[in-house]
Design a protein around this ligand. Structure first.
Ligand SMILES: NC(=O)c1ccc[n+]([C@@H]2O[C@H](COP(=O)([O-])OP(=O)(O)OC[C@H]3O[C@@H](n4cnc5c(N)ncnc54)[C@H](OP(=O)(O)O)[C@@H]3O)[C@@H](O)[C@H]2O)c1
Length: 267
């Protein structure tokens, strides 16, 4: 299905495209013929991503952009159009969070993650849709969320933000169907990448044990599903969320509820 030239003539923006899942996605898209613009806050990460792609300037470009700032998202879309003439695909991969029990999480910490993962995704999506996709009457948006099917114990901020993005995915899929803009999401389980380095070996091992597949995922396994959803192969798919998690949305818990506290009071 992923034949050479599948994305010939198409231009994709991948936020957070300098590292991890974003870089794997940019690599797959360019291998299939797309031209890409990768973007994130740090020039170093963007440059390292461009170096890893190893493509000439007419195939891959990099820009700094903080998705929390709406004007920077507008400028990123304009820069992609200026460089490559169009924007067909937006992969909203940029994001981040940190583990914290809810009772220890400050309002500031909560709002920072919601601003990044939910508001930033909206700013970026609106920019791509209004400045490129809706006028062109064609576009594909793929949002990277997380394994939130059973809440997100230990990271209430990102669970709430990603649930917001999942809902936004459905809403925009309906609102923009008339413009031929499809909006889908992927929900990775625990993926061994630059983003999970902060969690440490013990937590990653707990995640592995709590995954029915008994292993963690790779950025390439997430990238494949993103690329499918961004391609013409998924022409009839919109408003969907695909879990890429080895079954962990269905079984297994990393977050241990303390059994030693005794039974919870009944009614
Ligand atoms: N790995 C997993 O297990 C997993 C599971 C579920 C969901 N996810 C999500 O999948 C995405 C990719 O994860 P990853 O594992 O590849 O982690 P990663 O390497 O940390 O990727 C996150 C990327 O987002 C960029 N970014 C963060 N905030 C940004 C902002 N405000 N504006 C622009 N760029 C921003 C970062 O670059 P800068 O620092 O340069 O901005 C970085 O390149 C993230 O949204 C992550 O939360 C990951």
């Amino acid at each position: 299905m992923f034949r050479p030239g599948l994305f010939d003539g198409q231009v994709a923006i991948v936020t957070g495209g300098g590292t991890g899942i974003g870089l794997a996605t940019a690599r797959e898209l360019t291998a299939l013929g797309a031209r890409v613009v990768i973007a994130s806050r740090s020039r170093e990460k963007v440059d390292a991503g461009l170096a890893a792609l190893g493509l000439p300037a007419d195939r891959a470009a990099g820009r700094t952009c903080d998705i929390r700032e709406a004007e920077q998202c507008d400028a990123l879309v304009d820069a992609a159009k200026e460089a490559f003439g169009r924007v067909d695909v937006l992969v909203n991969n940029a994001g981040g969070q940190f583990p914290s029990p809810a009772e220890h999480l400050s309002s500031r910490g909560f709002e920072a993650v919601v601003r990044n993962n939910l508001s930033g995704t909206f700013h970026m999506t609106r920019a791509a849709a209004t400045r490129a996709m809706i006028p062109a009457r064609r576009g594909r948006v793929v949002n990277v969320i997380a394994d939130i099917a059973r809440g997100f114990p230990g990271m209430v901020h990102t669970g709430a933000a990603r649930a917001g993005v999942e809902n936004l995915t459905k809403t925009l899929a309906v609102e923009w169907a008339a413009h031929h803009v499809q909006v889908n999401a992927v929900a990775p389980g625990t993926i061994v990448s630059s983003g999970t380095a902060q969690y440490g070996d013990a937590l990653l091992e707990a995640a592995r044990r709590a995954t029915p597949a008994k292993r963690l995922g790779t950025p390439e396994e997430v990238a494949r599903v993103i690329v499918f959803l961004a391609s013409d192969l998924a022409d009839y798919v919109t408003g969907s969320t695909y879990y890429i998690d080895g079954g962990s949305s269905l079984w297994g818990d990393i977050w241990g509820i303390d059994d030693h506290a005794g039974p919870r009071p009944g009614p």
